[in-house]
Design a protein around this ligand. Structure first.
Ligand SMILES: [Fe+2]
Length: 354
């Protein structure tokens, strides 16, 4: 499979990964051929592109760190938690326990995975942003914590803090959350309250421990002290919050929002690297660089030798130089495998675009 941008899709292309529309409804099954109506619908939904099957990408498989079904279950559970709000009935208590069980399951699958590199899918399901974002930030944060050598128990606490980091948004008016234009100063003051409100919710309703609450409270602090709510600086910012901050911004950049279309993982990746030491903790940026692939499997890249290539596999010790299946843009049926990390000839080739 490979990822094809929305503008380059044409009818007849075969879908390699199911597409979900609003509220998790399946709109296109894997194996179906694209019709003109589908392309229109995908454009309307704000998809930046989709995964397709073709000859060039035959045999290339994207291994996800958490399977799609579990991800969808988690998204709908987060949504139910938001809807239940501050209720503390028996039913909501059962929901909280179910959510914790699911986070536990996700942490286990990441903890036990032997993948050295995390490939973030370029295709994001189009569930309501806040719920999907919570789950993606959770998965990403736990993957980073694993690279940092956290114990299973510490990973679970980090996972909870990350899954719950934006719970405070349930108290912010939808008009502010979904505003297409820039927020006014007054609106931003209200928006910023979500971290304190989330902290209070996680403490009083979800009854979580202090390291988890502090991860939620400080996820918008910046390493140079310019963040909120307390303007904490450097390692005074709790470690969980420093990890969540990087995962949060990376996922926000690669998502479609009311005010912007999603950018590819590479752009989010560059933003994190470029803001090391100012916005983000340099130590965590370093871990990020070693854990998350800038060119995920299935991405088409332009090479400096004039060829195009589809990423087949990432090299854990040399993330910017993956194994690619290279082909001439006009003649994609003839291709060769090039490991950009090996051999003098291959090391001369660079990725110049995607
Ligand atoms: Fe937030």
């Amino acid at each position: 499979m490979r990822f094809v941008r929305i503008g380059e899709l044409h009818t007849g292309m075969v879908i390699a990964k199911a597409i979900y529309g609003l509220r998790g409804v399946l709109i296109l099954r894997e194996g179906r051929a694209l019709g003109a109506r589908h392309i229109e619908a995908l454009t309307e939904l704000g998809y930046p592109g989709i995964y397709i099957h073709d000859l060039i990408s035959d045999g290339i498989e994207l291994e996800e760190i958490v399977d799609e079904q579990t991800r969808h279950n988690a998204i709908s559970m987060v949504k139910n938690l938001y809807k239940a709000g501050e209720l503390t009935t028996t039913r909501t208590q059962i929901m909280h326990r179910e959510m914790e069980d699911l986070i536990n399951e996700i942490v286990s699958s990441i903890f036990e995975s032997d993948a050295a590199v995390v490939n973030v899918p370029l295709l994001k399901s189009y569930d309501e942003y806040t719920y999907r974002h919570s789950v993606d930030v959770g998965v990403l944060s736990v993957a980073l914590g694993k690279s940092m050598g956290f114990t299973r128990e510490k990973l679970l606490d980090l996972g909870k803090a990350a899954f719950f980091h934006d719970m405070g948004k349930m108290f912010i008016p939808q008009t502010i959350l979904n505003k297409a234009d820039k927020l006014t100063e007054d609106e931003f003051v209200i928006m910023k309250k979500h971290s304190q409100m989330g902290h209070d919710f996680v403490e009083k309703v979800l009854l979580q421990k202090s390291s988890i609450m502090r991860g939620v409270l400080h996820h918008h602090e910046r390493f140079d002290g310019s963040g909120y709510p307390h303007g904490l600086k450097g390692v005074m910012i709790p470690q969980f919050a420093r990890i969540i901050a990087a995962a949060d911004v990376f996922d926000a950049i690669s998502s479609t929002r009311p005010y912007k279309v999603a950018q590819l993982a590479t752009e989010g990746y560059e933003y994190i690297l470029g803001n090391s030491g100012s916005h983000f903790d340099p130590e965590i940026v370093d871990i990020f660089y070693k854990t998350i692939a800038p060119f995920p499997v299935g991405m088409t890249v332009k090479l400096s030798n004039g060829l195009n290539g589809v990423v087949v596999k990432n090299n854990a010790n040399f993330m910017s130089r993956p194994l690619v299946r290279a082909f001439e843009p006009e003649n994609p049926s003839v291709f060769e495998m090039i490991d950009l990390s090996k051999g003098a000839a291959a090391l001369d080739i660079t990725i110049v675009g995607n």
